[in-house]
Design a protein. Structure first.
Length: 299
């Protein structure tokens, strides 16, 4: 797919109010005609309201706008909420993705679907695209169902699995913002040291997604930060980079933490070798990404 005219460069982004969706829109609108969509609120003036759980709603928007590319970031990402509100989680993450996949096929649009490291059980770590998914919580299960809908429905698709998204957002919280706010307020926090991921700066992932479009890649890619790290060490690096008191961060064990409802995979870190061989954009290490995040707040 070689995109030339403005009409051919029409990108519809679901979840425009979310962290990743907003970063993609900020970067993409310099190069493409961008259509942000939202369900409840948005910060972008030309946004279109669309409830992905309603097939008729999605059909109406796609039929009218006929996007060339669809970047599907909208999801229920609260892992514990998915566990206790399974009907809601299925409606958004599975059925909503089915609706987006069906309408993308209808208008012959390329679709990029953002999935998660939580499709894995965490028994191995540094998962490659060839490893078999085996989710241990309902969030991971619904996101995996979304992947299956994409593969079964769409001819031109990319599935990007990512891990622990973070970055600046005016209203949405994430792990790094929570650590920063807690330490700035001089609050002690308990963070697990036996829970491994590949933390990913949303700005960096947005760049990666846009290069995936530019290079017209297809298939499944793990697109996450380049470093496997446990949550406690990650929190300590956040404190160090933002000149905060790391002694307020107390190590804990997953089995002792009683605040989680859903099970978490112990090590869902991702191997990014495949995508790094295919694109110029460098997926960042923890320190490089945190330094970039710190620079952004100073702008």
């Amino acid at each position: 797919m070689v995109l030339k005219t403005k009409e051919e460069r029409k990108i519809l982004v679901t979840g425009s109010s979310g962290l990743l969706g907003s970063k993609i829109i900020e970067q993409a609108r310099r190069l493409y005609e961008v259509i942000p969509t939202y369900r409840t609120r948005t910060t972008f003036p030309n946004s279109v309201k669309m409830d992905i759980t309603q097939e008729s709603d999605v059909r109406q928007v796609f039929s009218h706008l006929k996007p060339t590319i669809v970047i599907h970031t909208a999801a229920e990402t609260n892992v514990d909420k998915c566990e206790v509100s399974k009907e809601h989680a299925w409606s958004v993450n599975a059925k909503g993705t089915e609706n987006i996949a069906d309408m993308s096929r209808m208008v012959s649009a390329k679709i990029i679907y953002v999935s998660t490291d939580y499709v894995f059980d965490g028994e191995k770590g540094l998962y490659t695209e060839e490893d078999d998914p085996n989710p241990i919580n309902y969030y991971g299960l619904t996101k995996l169902e979304g992947e299956k809908y994409i593969v079964d429905t769409c001819e031109d698709y990319v599935i990007v699995r990512t891990s622990v998204l973070y970055g600046w957002h005016p209203s949405k919280s994430n792990f790094v913002k929570w650590v920063i706010t807690s330490l700035e307020d001089n609050r002690r926090i308990n963070v697990v040291n036996d829970h491994y991921n590949s933390p990913t700066l949303a700005d960096n992932l947005a760049e990666t997604v846009l290069e995936i479009i530019e290079k017209d890649l297809k298939g499944l890619y793990h697109t996450a930060g380049s470093e496997r790290i446990d949550r406690f060490e990650f929190a300590v690096e956040v404190a160090r980079n933002f000149f905060l008191d790391s002694s307020l961060i107390q190590p804990a064990k997953m089995d002792d933490l009683k605040v989680w409802v859903a099970k978490r995979p112990r090590d869902s870190s991702l191997c990014i070798d495949k995508i790094q061989k295919s694109i110029r954009t460098k997926l960042l290490s923890v320190n490089d990404a945190l330094r970039r995040m710190k620079e952004r707040v100073a702008e």
